[in-house]
Design a protein around this ligand. Structure first.
Ligand code: CLF
Ligand code: SF4
Length: 314
């Protein structure tokens, strides 16, 4: 699918965006110990089904399995942000990373960003997505002021994708197997190009699944480099209880780091990801989310994830 974005001249990143990247704890290794981020869990629904996902938990593209999050309305998310901002030093980034897919909850995602932008125009917005709806939303994300996006790309071939994705819901229809994977892959690639052409700094997360996509990872890294991606984050498969991959082996960090070392000749690699939760707060590796639970504003908390997501996807 082609996107209808307006590329900036030469796709140049502005000085402002580069300054933001230096203050982003995930995109810059040097910022990881200095700057904090807050994830606002406003996005419960998802539009695909990954075999490593159990939808009772957070999206594994940006978190570890077994950690459920509260779900917030945009208004509560805005209140929580203001409350936390006054109490956490150097809070530079607001991330929307689930617990489902940010772009499958567009109204909530957009409204949350708009509310926070009004109270703090200098905060950096960051969004994590499976990429299915990126060609439709890339332009709108840019208009909203989002300049840092993470897309999870686990493969470039539908024959590999059919082993990773159970189905893809797209334009009112459910696609299974290689057919669904082909749509997802095409949209991820088109969406990434659309973002980088508009000066957005893109990180690609890759879940390394032994025997399925591990030998294919260097090819993914090379491809996304061509598309202007800034950094890749190769992550281990951590089998989630109740998922189709429940009994697959967890990918050892030694092998993940070996793969990162192979790929770093092609593109900058992230070594400091802590696989945080969809409601994480603070410095990477020093999560303070429990400290702030239910402590702000009206304490309006929506029902748990499993009550809000498509039952078939659980
Ligand atoms: Fe959050 Fe992700 Fe933005 Fe960071 S996390 S949406 S890019 S602000 Fe960071 Fe956490 Fe790793 Fe993600 S350590 S799981 S890479
Ligand atoms: Fe994330 Fe959706 Fe995949 Fe689950 S199915 S890991 S929520 S993209």
């Amino acid at each position: 699918m082609n996107c209808a974005c307006n590329p900036v001249q030469n796709g140049n990143r502005t000085l402002r965006v580069l300054g933001e990247t230096r203050r982003h704890p995930c995109f810059s290794a040097g910022a990881g110990h200095k700057y904090a981020r807050i994830h606002l869990p406003v996005a419960p629904r998802c539009n695909i089904s990954c075999n490593y996902c159990n939808r009772k938990f957070d999206c594994l593209h940006e978190s570890r399995p077994g950690v459920t999050s509260e779900i917030l309305s945009p208004a509560s998310a805005g209140e929580k942000y203001s409350f936390v901002k006054d109490r956490v030093e150097k809070l530079s980034v607001v991330g929307i990373a689930g617990p489902g897919e940010a772009l499958a909850n567009w109204d909530e995602t957009r409204s949350t960003i708009e509310i926070i932008k009004k109270s703090d125009p200098d905060v950096i917005f960051c969004l994590s997505t499976n990429g299915l709806m990126l060609p439709d939303y890339a332009g709108r994300l840019v208009e909203l002021g989002v300049r840092h996006v993470t897309v999870t790309v686990n493969c470039l071939e539908p024959v590999i994708g059919e082993k990773i994705y159970k189905y893809v819901d797209y334009q009112g229809k459910r696609y299974h197997g290689a057919e669904g994977a082909a749509i997802l892959i095409a949209n991820q690639q088109a969406g990434i190009k659309c973002l980088t052409a508009q000066g957005v700094v893109v990180k690609v997360n890759i879940v390394m699944i032994k025997g399925i996509n591990d030998s294919h990872i260097p090819e993914i890294v090379k491809k996304v480099k061509e598309q202007g991606v800034f950094i890749t984050n190769i992550m281990p498969l951590i089998p989630a209880r109740g998922s189709a991959f429940e009994y697959m082996p967890q990918t050892p960090m030694k092998e993940v780091n070996k793969m990162r070392n192979i790929c770093r000749g092609d593109l900058r690699q992230m070594y400091h990801c802590t696989q945080c939760r969809a409601d994480a707060i603070g410095l990477l590796g020093e999560d303070r989310s429990l400290e702030f639970r239910g402590l702000w504003g009206k304490q309006e908390v929506l029902p748990p994830v499993e009550k809000l997501v498509n039952k078939e996807a659980i």
